[in-house]
Design a protein around this ligand. Structure first.
Ligand SMILES: [Zn+2]
Ligand SMILES: [Zn+2]
Length: 285
């Protein structure tokens, strides 16, 4: 895909995401990432929860990309947006959903990639003092991974109290003490910092996501040649190895184009043609 070689795309980020995005776009597309100056993406919904995100993650992501493009006057742009919470399949595990978009206004293209991050440190604890956390900060990767501290139930006037970018145990202990003092119940709420530049685990996920998106953009549609050909859906119904009834496992993958209506159904990349009967609703109800 030569279309983007030597060109620049706006990347709207306040949190150092160019460290994850620049290399795959340069290597796979010859495309450079340009950072808009003085962009306050926190105003578009921030990770400390003070500015709630308006609309879906996809809407926020597209809006962020457009803000960056308008700021630099570029027809190309990209942005990503993360959401964190219980894993959709295993609610006891934390997971992150990362979405990323590439916009090409010259050709009216909008190319998406999504990633469920099973490896995330997303978590929180409440405590009156550092000792009450019993080693939890180390388990979530502090201080390489950031923590955000605020009162669990702030007194009126303490709602703005918030500590981030803490460097060590001493600063963390002080922040917990100050936040606990500002809380009606005397406890601080300590949360993992999910901003990319303070969360190396998340930054690694973003690198994977950006590599997949750049690869998708570099793949032309076999029918019309537009960039962005890739998997759009998995097709369930892999037959059971005993009774041949369809299971909920993927039977095939549907590939699609972002520009024309062309689609193709391709076999599973692992070549499986039969499901283990443990996944069968009839053989293993
Ligand atoms: Zn069966
Ligand atoms: Zn096409």
């Amino acid at each position: 895909m030569e279309r983007y070689r030597g060109r620049a795309a706006a990347l709207a980020t306040m949190h150092g995401k160019e460290r994850a995005f620049a290399r795959p776009f340069r290597a796979l597309l010859g495309l450079d990432v340009a950072l808009p100056p003085e962009l306050d993406t926190d105003q578009l919904g921030s990770f400390d929860g003070r500015v709630p995100r308006a609309g879906s993650a996809e809407q926020a992501c597209r809006h962020k990309a457009l803000v960056g493009m308008a700021s630099l006057g570029l027809p190309l742009g990209m942005a990503s947006e993360g959401s964190f919470g219980p894993h959709p399949a295993l609610p006891v595990l934390a997971a992150g959903l990362e979405v990323m978009v590439f916009l090409d206004q010259d050709h009216g293209l909008e190319i998406w990639e999504r990633l469920i991050a099973r490896r995330t440190n997303f978590d929180h604890r409440c405590a009156a003092e550092l000792a009450g956390l019993e080693g939890w900060p180390q388990r979530v990767g502090f201080p390489d991974h950031g923590l955000i501290v605020r009162p669990e139930q702030p007194w009126s006037g303490a709602d703005d109290l918030l500590f981030k970018d803490l460097q060590d145990q001493l600063q963390l202990a002080e922040a917990i003490g100050a936040a606990a003092a500002g809380s009606i119940n005397g406890r601080a709420l300590v949360e993992t910092d999910m901003r990319a530049h303070r969360n190396p685990t998340r930054m690694a996920c973003l690198r994977t996501l950006a590599t997949r998106l750049a690869r998708r953009i570099s793949t032309p549609c076999p029918a019309c040649g537009a960039p962005g050909w890739g998997r759009v859906e998995v097709v369930p119904g892999l037959p059971c190895g005993w009774c041949t009834q369809p299971t909920s496992l993927a039977r095939a993958e549907l590939f699609g184009c972002v520009s024309c209506s062309h689609t193709e159904e391709l076999p599973r990349p692992d070549g499986w043609a039969k499901a283990d009967p443990q996944h069968c609703p009839l053989c293993n109800p």
